[in-house]
Design a protein around this ligand. Structure first.
Ligand code: UGA
Length: 435
Protein backbone atom coordinates (compact mmCIF):
# COMPACT_ATOMS: atom_id res chain seq x y z
CA UNK A 1 0.00 0.00 0.00
CA UNK A 2 1.05 3.58 -0.53
CA UNK A 3 0.12 6.07 2.16
CA UNK A 4 0.37 9.85 2.38
CA UNK A 5 0.35 11.25 5.92
CA UNK A 6 -0.48 14.93 6.21
CA UNK A 7 0.82 16.47 9.44
CA UNK A 8 3.93 15.32 11.27
CA UNK A 9 2.76 16.17 14.77
CA UNK A 10 2.50 13.53 17.43
CA UNK A 11 -0.21 11.34 15.89
CA UNK A 12 0.90 11.84 12.26
CA UNK A 13 4.55 11.04 12.86
CA UNK A 14 3.96 7.99 15.06
CA UNK A 15 1.30 6.63 12.68
CA UNK A 16 3.46 7.28 9.60
CA UNK A 17 6.48 5.56 11.13
CA UNK A 18 4.43 2.58 12.33
CA UNK A 19 2.59 2.15 9.00
CA UNK A 20 5.97 2.08 7.23
CA UNK A 21 7.04 -0.60 9.70
CA UNK A 22 4.00 -2.64 8.57
CA UNK A 23 5.71 -2.67 5.16
CA UNK A 24 3.70 0.13 3.52
CA UNK A 25 5.30 2.99 1.60
CA UNK A 26 4.67 6.16 3.57
CA UNK A 27 5.35 9.77 2.65
CA UNK A 28 4.85 12.25 5.49
CA UNK A 29 4.00 15.81 4.47
CA UNK A 30 4.22 18.98 6.54
CA UNK A 31 4.12 22.66 5.62
CA UNK A 32 6.73 23.46 8.23
CA UNK A 33 10.06 23.44 6.37
CA UNK A 34 12.17 23.36 9.56
CA UNK A 35 10.33 20.27 10.73
CA UNK A 36 10.80 18.56 7.37
CA UNK A 37 14.51 19.53 7.34
CA UNK A 38 14.92 17.96 10.78
CA UNK A 39 13.07 14.78 9.81
CA UNK A 40 15.05 14.46 6.60
CA UNK A 41 18.22 14.77 8.68
CA UNK A 42 16.99 11.88 10.84
CA UNK A 43 16.03 13.98 13.86
CA UNK A 44 12.77 13.29 15.68
CA UNK A 45 11.17 16.60 16.76
CA UNK A 46 9.27 15.05 19.71
CA UNK A 47 10.40 12.86 22.57
CA UNK A 48 8.82 9.42 22.27
CA UNK A 49 10.66 6.29 23.41
CA UNK A 50 11.72 4.07 20.47
CA UNK A 51 10.49 6.39 17.73
CA UNK A 52 13.96 7.44 16.54
CA UNK A 53 15.12 3.85 16.04
CA UNK A 54 11.96 2.77 14.21
CA UNK A 55 12.07 5.88 12.02
CA UNK A 56 15.73 5.33 11.06
CA UNK A 57 15.05 1.66 10.27
CA UNK A 58 12.22 2.43 7.84
CA UNK A 59 13.92 5.40 6.19
CA UNK A 60 16.91 3.12 5.61
CA UNK A 61 14.62 0.48 4.11
CA UNK A 62 13.30 3.08 1.65
CA UNK A 63 9.71 2.86 2.90
CA UNK A 64 9.51 6.18 4.73
CA UNK A 65 10.23 9.71 3.55
CA UNK A 66 9.39 13.33 4.41
CA UNK A 67 8.51 16.21 2.14
CA UNK A 68 6.77 19.58 1.91
CA UNK A 69 5.53 18.75 -1.57
CA UNK A 70 1.96 17.48 -1.34
CA UNK A 71 1.69 16.59 -5.03
CA UNK A 72 4.57 14.11 -4.94
CA UNK A 73 3.26 12.59 -1.70
CA UNK A 74 -0.20 12.02 -3.17
CA UNK A 75 1.07 10.34 -6.33
CA UNK A 76 -0.32 6.79 -6.39
CA UNK A 77 -1.49 6.98 -2.76
CA UNK A 78 -4.17 4.45 -1.80
CA UNK A 79 -4.94 6.36 1.37
CA UNK A 80 -4.33 9.97 2.39
CA UNK A 81 -4.37 10.47 6.16
CA UNK A 82 -5.19 13.84 7.67
CA UNK A 83 -3.37 14.06 11.02
CA UNK A 84 -3.28 17.81 11.62
CA UNK A 85 -3.99 19.57 14.92
CA UNK A 86 -7.52 20.22 16.23
CA UNK A 87 -6.82 22.58 19.14
CA UNK A 88 -9.51 24.08 21.35
CA UNK A 89 -10.89 27.14 19.57
CA UNK A 90 -10.42 30.34 21.56
CA UNK A 91 -13.62 31.66 23.04
CA UNK A 92 -16.09 28.83 22.56
CA UNK A 93 -14.35 25.54 23.47
CA UNK A 94 -15.09 23.91 20.11
CA UNK A 95 -12.43 21.89 18.29
CA UNK A 96 -10.84 24.21 15.72
CA UNK A 97 -11.16 22.42 12.38
CA UNK A 98 -9.45 25.05 10.22
CA UNK A 99 -6.42 22.83 9.58
CA UNK A 100 -8.54 19.75 8.78
CA UNK A 101 -10.62 21.54 6.14
CA UNK A 102 -7.57 23.33 4.71
CA UNK A 103 -5.88 19.94 4.29
CA UNK A 104 -9.04 18.49 2.67
CA UNK A 105 -9.16 21.33 0.17
CA UNK A 106 -5.46 20.98 -0.67
CA UNK A 107 -5.94 17.25 -1.21
CA UNK A 108 -8.94 17.90 -3.50
CA UNK A 109 -6.94 20.29 -5.64
CA UNK A 110 -3.89 18.04 -5.85
CA UNK A 111 -5.07 14.40 -5.96
CA UNK A 112 -5.59 12.79 -9.37
CA UNK A 113 -6.66 9.18 -8.78
CA UNK A 114 -8.95 7.32 -6.39
CA UNK A 115 -7.87 7.39 -2.78
CA UNK A 116 -9.48 7.09 0.64
CA UNK A 117 -9.19 10.34 2.56
CA UNK A 118 -8.84 9.26 6.18
CA UNK A 119 -9.19 11.55 9.19
CA UNK A 120 -6.92 10.52 12.07
CA UNK A 121 -7.20 13.78 13.96
CA UNK A 122 -9.84 13.82 16.73
CA UNK A 123 -12.83 15.57 15.16
CA UNK A 124 -16.43 16.23 16.23
CA UNK A 125 -19.21 14.04 14.95
CA UNK A 126 -20.16 15.09 11.43
CA UNK A 127 -16.71 16.31 10.40
CA UNK A 128 -15.93 13.47 7.99
CA UNK A 129 -19.16 14.17 6.16
CA UNK A 130 -18.09 17.83 5.92
CA UNK A 131 -14.66 16.74 4.67
CA UNK A 132 -16.52 14.85 1.95
CA UNK A 133 -18.44 18.02 1.00
CA UNK A 134 -15.30 20.19 1.03
CA UNK A 135 -13.43 17.80 -1.29
CA UNK A 136 -16.44 17.37 -3.61
CA UNK A 137 -16.92 21.15 -3.86
CA UNK A 138 -13.25 21.81 -4.57
CA UNK A 139 -12.91 19.02 -7.17
CA UNK A 140 -16.24 17.53 -8.34
CA UNK A 141 -14.51 15.05 -10.68
CA UNK A 142 -12.25 13.41 -8.09
CA UNK A 143 -12.97 9.75 -7.32
CA UNK A 144 -12.60 9.32 -3.55
CA UNK A 145 -14.08 8.03 -0.30
CA UNK A 146 -13.72 9.35 3.21
CA UNK A 147 -12.98 7.32 6.33
CA UNK A 148 -12.73 8.07 10.04
CA UNK A 149 -9.88 6.31 11.81
CA UNK A 150 -9.41 7.80 15.29
CA UNK A 151 -6.19 7.17 17.14
CA UNK A 152 -6.03 5.81 20.69
CA UNK A 153 -2.31 5.90 21.41
CA UNK A 154 -0.87 7.31 24.61
CA UNK A 155 2.16 9.56 24.66
CA UNK A 156 5.17 7.74 26.06
CA UNK A 157 3.76 4.36 25.01
CA UNK A 158 2.74 5.34 21.49
CA UNK A 159 4.58 2.67 19.49
CA UNK A 160 3.44 -0.15 21.75
CA UNK A 161 -0.14 1.18 21.59
CA UNK A 162 -0.02 1.42 17.79
CA UNK A 163 1.46 -2.03 17.29
CA UNK A 164 -0.64 -3.77 19.94
CA UNK A 165 -3.89 -1.82 20.09
CA UNK A 166 -6.92 -2.80 22.15
CA UNK A 167 -8.83 -2.14 18.95
CA UNK A 168 -8.70 -0.25 15.67
CA UNK A 169 -11.81 1.75 14.79
CA UNK A 170 -12.63 2.48 11.16
CA UNK A 171 -15.70 4.44 10.04
CA UNK A 172 -16.52 4.09 6.35
CA UNK A 173 -19.34 4.60 3.86
CA UNK A 174 -18.37 2.20 1.07
CA UNK A 175 -17.09 -1.35 0.66
CA UNK A 176 -14.24 -0.03 -1.43
CA UNK A 177 -12.98 2.20 1.40
CA UNK A 178 -13.44 -0.63 3.91
CA UNK A 179 -11.21 -2.86 1.75
CA UNK A 180 -8.41 -0.26 1.55
CA UNK A 181 -8.49 0.24 5.33
CA UNK A 182 -8.49 -3.51 5.90
CA UNK A 183 -5.40 -3.86 3.70
CA UNK A 184 -3.64 -1.09 5.62
CA UNK A 185 -4.32 -2.72 8.98
CA UNK A 186 -3.87 -6.31 7.75
CA UNK A 187 -0.73 -6.92 9.88
CA UNK A 188 -2.75 -6.22 13.04
CA UNK A 189 -5.80 -8.08 11.84
CA UNK A 190 -3.65 -11.16 11.18
CA UNK A 191 -2.41 -11.02 14.76
CA UNK A 192 -5.99 -10.98 16.08
CA UNK A 193 -6.18 -7.37 17.21
CA UNK A 194 -9.85 -6.42 16.76
CA UNK A 195 -10.76 -4.07 13.93
CA UNK A 196 -14.18 -2.52 14.39
CA UNK A 197 -15.79 -1.19 11.23
CA UNK A 198 -18.61 1.32 11.75
CA UNK A 199 -20.33 4.24 10.06
CA UNK A 200 -18.55 7.60 10.05
CA UNK A 201 -20.46 9.19 12.92
CA UNK A 202 -20.05 6.25 15.31
CA UNK A 203 -16.29 6.12 14.73
CA UNK A 204 -16.03 9.84 15.48
CA UNK A 205 -18.15 9.44 18.62
CA UNK A 206 -16.16 6.44 19.91
CA UNK A 207 -13.04 8.57 20.21
CA UNK A 208 -14.70 11.33 22.24
CA UNK A 209 -16.68 8.89 24.37
CA UNK A 210 -13.53 6.87 25.21
CA UNK A 211 -11.49 9.91 26.23
CA UNK A 212 -14.34 11.47 28.21
CA UNK A 213 -14.95 8.16 29.99
CA UNK A 214 -11.27 7.82 30.95
CA UNK A 215 -11.17 11.44 32.14
CA UNK A 216 -14.30 10.72 34.19
CA UNK A 217 -12.73 7.63 35.73
CA UNK A 218 -9.66 9.60 36.83
CA UNK A 219 -11.75 12.50 38.13
CA UNK A 220 -14.04 10.17 40.04
CA UNK A 221 -11.11 8.54 41.82
CA UNK A 222 -9.63 11.98 42.55
CA UNK A 223 -12.90 12.96 44.21
CA UNK A 224 -12.92 9.71 46.22
CA UNK A 225 -9.30 10.52 47.21
CA UNK A 226 -10.38 13.86 48.68
CA UNK A 227 -13.08 12.02 50.63
CA UNK A 228 -10.53 9.43 51.83
CA UNK A 229 -8.46 12.24 53.35
CA UNK A 230 -11.44 13.42 55.39
CA UNK A 231 -12.50 9.95 56.50
CA UNK A 232 -9.24 8.15 57.16
CA UNK A 233 -9.49 5.71 54.24
CA UNK A 234 -6.45 5.01 52.02
CA UNK A 235 -7.03 5.70 48.31
CA UNK A 236 -4.41 3.17 47.20
CA UNK A 237 -6.27 0.38 48.98
CA UNK A 238 -9.62 1.75 47.82
CA UNK A 239 -8.48 1.91 44.15
CA UNK A 240 -7.18 -1.62 44.38
CA UNK A 241 -10.38 -2.95 45.93
CA UNK A 242 -12.58 -1.13 43.46
CA UNK A 243 -10.44 -2.02 40.43
CA UNK A 244 -10.51 -5.74 41.18
CA UNK A 245 -14.13 -5.70 40.07
CA UNK A 246 -13.81 -6.84 36.46
CA UNK A 247 -16.63 -4.55 35.42
CA UNK A 248 -14.61 -1.54 36.58
CA UNK A 249 -11.03 -2.61 35.90
CA UNK A 250 -7.86 -1.42 37.64
CA UNK A 251 -6.57 1.01 34.99
CA UNK A 252 -6.95 4.79 35.24
CA UNK A 253 -7.79 4.61 38.91
CA UNK A 254 -4.60 6.31 40.15
CA UNK A 255 -5.38 9.42 42.13
CA UNK A 256 -3.13 12.38 41.37
CA UNK A 257 -2.98 16.09 40.60
CA UNK A 258 -5.68 15.93 37.89
CA UNK A 259 -5.47 14.83 34.27
CA UNK A 260 -3.59 16.98 31.77
CA UNK A 261 -2.02 16.58 28.35
CA UNK A 262 -2.99 17.35 24.81
CA UNK A 263 -6.09 15.14 24.67
CA UNK A 264 -8.33 14.80 27.73
CA UNK A 265 -8.70 18.54 28.48
CA UNK A 266 -9.28 19.40 24.80
CA UNK A 267 -11.60 16.49 24.02
CA UNK A 268 -13.78 16.80 27.13
CA UNK A 269 -14.28 20.51 26.35
CA UNK A 270 -15.13 19.75 22.72
CA UNK A 271 -17.61 17.01 23.74
CA UNK A 272 -19.32 19.36 26.19
CA UNK A 273 -19.66 21.93 23.39
CA UNK A 274 -21.10 19.35 20.98
CA UNK A 275 -23.71 18.46 23.62
CA UNK A 276 -24.67 22.10 24.10
CA UNK A 277 -24.97 22.66 20.36
CA UNK A 278 -27.42 19.82 19.83
CA UNK A 279 -29.32 20.45 23.08
CA UNK A 280 -28.19 17.17 24.62
CA UNK A 281 -26.16 18.45 27.59
CA UNK A 282 -23.16 16.39 28.70
CA UNK A 283 -23.71 17.06 32.39
CA UNK A 284 -21.20 14.45 33.58
CA UNK A 285 -18.46 15.64 31.23
CA UNK A 286 -19.08 19.29 32.17
CA UNK A 287 -18.73 18.38 35.85
CA UNK A 288 -15.54 16.40 35.16
CA UNK A 289 -13.98 19.47 33.50
CA UNK A 290 -14.85 21.62 36.53
CA UNK A 291 -13.80 19.07 39.16
CA UNK A 292 -10.47 18.46 37.40
CA UNK A 293 -9.69 22.18 37.71
CA UNK A 294 -10.68 22.14 41.38
CA UNK A 295 -8.29 19.23 42.11
CA UNK A 296 -5.33 21.42 41.20
CA UNK A 297 -6.53 24.29 43.38
CA UNK A 298 -7.15 21.90 46.27
CA UNK A 299 -3.55 20.72 45.98
CA UNK A 300 -2.23 24.30 45.91
CA UNK A 301 -3.95 24.81 49.26
CA UNK A 302 -2.46 21.56 50.52
CA UNK A 303 1.02 22.82 49.56
CA UNK A 304 0.39 26.15 51.25
CA UNK A 305 -0.77 24.34 54.34
CA UNK A 306 2.32 22.10 54.56
CA UNK A 307 4.48 25.22 54.12
CA UNK A 308 2.91 26.71 57.26
CA UNK A 309 0.17 28.71 55.50
CA UNK A 310 2.48 30.78 53.32
CA UNK A 311 4.90 30.19 50.43
CA UNK A 312 6.84 33.33 51.32
CA UNK A 313 10.60 32.73 51.40
CA UNK A 314 10.18 28.94 51.21
CA UNK A 315 12.50 26.95 48.98
CA UNK A 316 10.67 24.23 47.09
CA UNK A 317 12.08 21.49 44.84
CA UNK A 318 9.54 20.22 42.29
CA UNK A 319 10.27 16.82 40.76
CA UNK A 320 8.48 16.43 37.41
CA UNK A 321 6.76 19.16 35.39
CA UNK A 322 5.54 17.32 32.26
CA UNK A 323 1.90 16.17 32.32
CA UNK A 324 3.06 12.56 32.71
CA UNK A 325 6.33 10.58 32.48
CA UNK A 326 8.12 9.63 29.24
CA UNK A 327 7.06 12.73 27.37
CA UNK A 328 8.31 16.31 27.00
CA UNK A 329 4.73 17.52 26.65
CA UNK A 330 3.71 20.31 29.01
CA UNK A 331 0.21 20.92 27.65
CA UNK A 332 -2.27 21.37 30.51
CA UNK A 333 0.26 19.87 32.94
CA UNK A 334 -0.73 20.30 36.62
CA UNK A 335 2.68 21.97 37.13
CA UNK A 336 1.37 24.95 35.14
CA UNK A 337 -1.09 25.68 37.96
CA UNK A 338 0.89 24.53 41.00
CA UNK A 339 4.30 26.05 40.25
CA UNK A 340 3.09 29.61 39.42
CA UNK A 341 0.93 29.56 42.57
CA UNK A 342 4.05 28.87 44.67
CA UNK A 343 6.23 31.37 42.77
CA UNK A 344 3.44 33.98 43.02
CA UNK A 345 3.24 33.36 46.75
CA UNK A 346 6.92 34.18 47.20
CA UNK A 347 8.54 30.72 47.06
CA UNK A 348 11.89 30.07 45.43
CA UNK A 349 11.18 27.10 43.16
CA UNK A 350 13.71 24.68 41.70
CA UNK A 351 12.57 22.32 38.95
CA UNK A 352 13.88 18.90 37.93
CA UNK A 353 12.49 17.00 34.92
CA UNK A 354 14.27 14.65 32.51
CA UNK A 355 12.53 16.18 29.46
CA UNK A 356 10.51 19.19 30.59
CA UNK A 357 13.20 21.86 30.30
CA UNK A 358 12.79 22.67 26.60
CA UNK A 359 9.15 23.74 26.82
CA UNK A 360 9.08 24.36 30.55
CA UNK A 361 11.63 27.16 30.73
CA UNK A 362 9.25 29.57 28.94
CA UNK A 363 6.07 28.26 30.55
CA UNK A 364 7.39 28.33 34.11
CA UNK A 365 9.35 31.59 34.43
CA UNK A 366 11.15 32.64 37.57
CA UNK A 367 12.34 29.14 38.51
CA UNK A 368 15.76 27.49 38.59
CA UNK A 369 16.32 24.26 36.64
CA UNK A 370 18.52 21.51 38.02
CA UNK A 371 19.42 18.01 36.82
CA UNK A 372 19.58 16.20 40.10
CA UNK A 373 16.82 15.76 42.75
CA UNK A 374 19.29 15.80 45.66
CA UNK A 375 20.94 18.96 44.36
CA UNK A 376 17.50 20.59 44.00
CA UNK A 377 16.51 19.53 47.53
CA UNK A 378 19.69 20.96 49.12
CA UNK A 379 18.60 23.39 51.85
CA UNK A 380 14.96 23.24 50.65
CA UNK A 381 11.88 23.26 52.87
CA UNK A 382 9.71 21.09 50.66
CA UNK A 383 10.03 18.49 47.90
CA UNK A 384 7.00 18.06 45.62
CA UNK A 385 6.60 15.03 43.34
CA UNK A 386 4.34 16.06 40.47
CA UNK A 387 5.22 13.58 37.71
CA UNK A 388 6.04 9.94 38.41
CA UNK A 389 9.16 9.62 36.24
CA UNK A 390 11.07 6.41 37.03
CA UNK A 391 13.95 8.62 38.22
CA UNK A 392 11.75 9.82 41.10
CA UNK A 393 10.31 6.43 42.06
CA UNK A 394 13.35 5.05 43.85
CA UNK A 395 14.87 8.03 45.62
CA UNK A 396 17.01 7.46 48.69
CA UNK A 397 14.57 9.17 51.07
CA UNK A 398 17.03 9.38 53.98
CA UNK A 399 19.62 11.06 51.76
CA UNK A 400 16.96 13.43 50.40
CA UNK A 401 15.69 14.39 53.86
CA UNK A 402 19.31 14.71 55.01
CA UNK A 403 20.15 17.51 52.54
CA UNK A 404 17.00 19.54 53.24
CA UNK A 405 16.71 22.27 55.84
CA UNK A 406 13.23 21.33 57.08
CA UNK A 407 12.39 18.07 55.32
CA UNK A 408 8.79 17.94 54.10
CA UNK A 409 7.38 16.09 51.11
CA UNK A 410 4.25 16.48 49.01
CA UNK A 411 3.97 13.29 46.99
CA UNK A 412 1.09 13.98 44.61
CA UNK A 413 1.53 10.72 42.67
CA UNK A 414 1.49 8.54 45.80
CA UNK A 415 4.86 7.03 44.89
CA UNK A 416 6.07 6.48 48.46
CA UNK A 417 4.72 4.92 51.59
CA UNK A 418 3.89 7.51 54.30
CA UNK A 419 5.60 5.40 57.00
CA UNK A 420 8.81 5.08 54.91
CA UNK A 421 8.90 8.85 54.44
CA UNK A 422 8.47 9.47 58.17
CA UNK A 423 11.13 6.84 59.01
CA UNK A 424 13.53 8.52 56.56
CA UNK A 425 13.31 11.75 58.51
CA UNK A 426 10.57 13.74 56.78
CA UNK A 427 8.81 15.78 59.46
CA UNK A 428 5.77 16.09 57.20
CA UNK A 429 4.64 13.91 54.32
CA UNK A 430 1.41 14.65 52.42
CA UNK A 431 0.04 12.79 49.44
CA UNK A 432 -3.31 12.35 47.67
CA UNK A 433 -6.10 10.43 49.36
CA UNK A 434 -4.07 9.16 52.30
CA UNK A 435 -4.10 10.89 55.68
C1 UGA B 1 -4.88 9.76 26.18
C2 UGA B 1 -5.55 8.37 26.06
O1 UGA B 1 -5.10 7.51 27.11
C3 UGA B 1 -5.23 7.73 24.71
O2 UGA B 1 -5.95 6.51 24.59
C4 UGA B 1 -5.66 8.69 23.61
O3 UGA B 1 -5.32 8.18 22.32
C5 UGA B 1 -4.96 10.01 23.78
O4 UGA B 1 -5.30 10.55 25.07
C6 UGA B 1 -5.42 10.91 22.67
O5 UGA B 1 -6.62 11.25 22.63
O6 UGA B 1 -4.64 11.18 21.74
P1 UGA B 1 -2.41 10.61 26.82
O7 UGA B 1 -3.03 11.99 26.90
O8 UGA B 1 -1.15 10.45 26.07
O9 UGA B 1 -3.48 9.56 26.18
O10 UGA B 1 -2.10 10.16 28.32
P2 UGA B 1 -2.73 9.22 29.44
O11 UGA B 1 -1.75 8.19 29.77
O12 UGA B 1 -4.09 8.79 29.08
O13 UGA B 1 -2.81 10.23 30.66
C7 UGA B 1 -3.66 11.39 30.62
C8 UGA B 1 -3.65 12.12 31.94
O14 UGA B 1 -4.33 11.38 32.95
C9 UGA B 1 -2.25 12.37 32.53
O15 UGA B 1 -2.25 13.68 33.05
C10 UGA B 1 -2.09 11.32 33.61
O16 UGA B 1 -1.21 11.72 34.63
C11 UGA B 1 -3.52 11.24 34.10
N1 UGA B 1 -3.84 9.96 34.77
C12 UGA B 1 -3.89 8.81 34.05
C13 UGA B 1 -4.12 9.94 36.13
O17 UGA B 1 -4.08 10.99 36.82
N2 UGA B 1 -4.46 8.75 36.71
C14 UGA B 1 -4.53 7.58 36.02
O18 UGA B 1 -4.85 6.55 36.63
C15 UGA B 1 -4.23 7.60 34.65
Amino acid sequence: MKIAMIGTGYVGLVSGVCFSDFGHHVVCVDQDQTKIDKLQAGQVPIFEPGLDVLMAKNVEAGRLSFTRDLASALEGADAIFIAVGTPTRRGDGHADLTYVFAAAEEIAKTAKDYAVIVTKSTVPVGTNRKVHEVVKAANPDLDFDVASNPEFLREGAAIEDFMKPDRVVVGVETERAAKVMEDIYRPLYLRDFPILTTDLESAEMIKYAANAFLATKITFINEIAALCEKTGADIKKVSKGVGLDGRIGNKFLHAGPGYGGSCFPKDTKALARIGQDVASPMAITETVIRVNEEVKHRLVEKLRDVCGNSFKDKTVAVLGVTFKPNTDDMRDAPSLTLVPAMVGGGAKVRLVDPQGYREGQDLLPGCDWLDDPYEAAKGADLVVILTEWNEFRALDLSRLAGVMSAPKMADFRNVYDPSDAKAAGFEAYVSVGRS
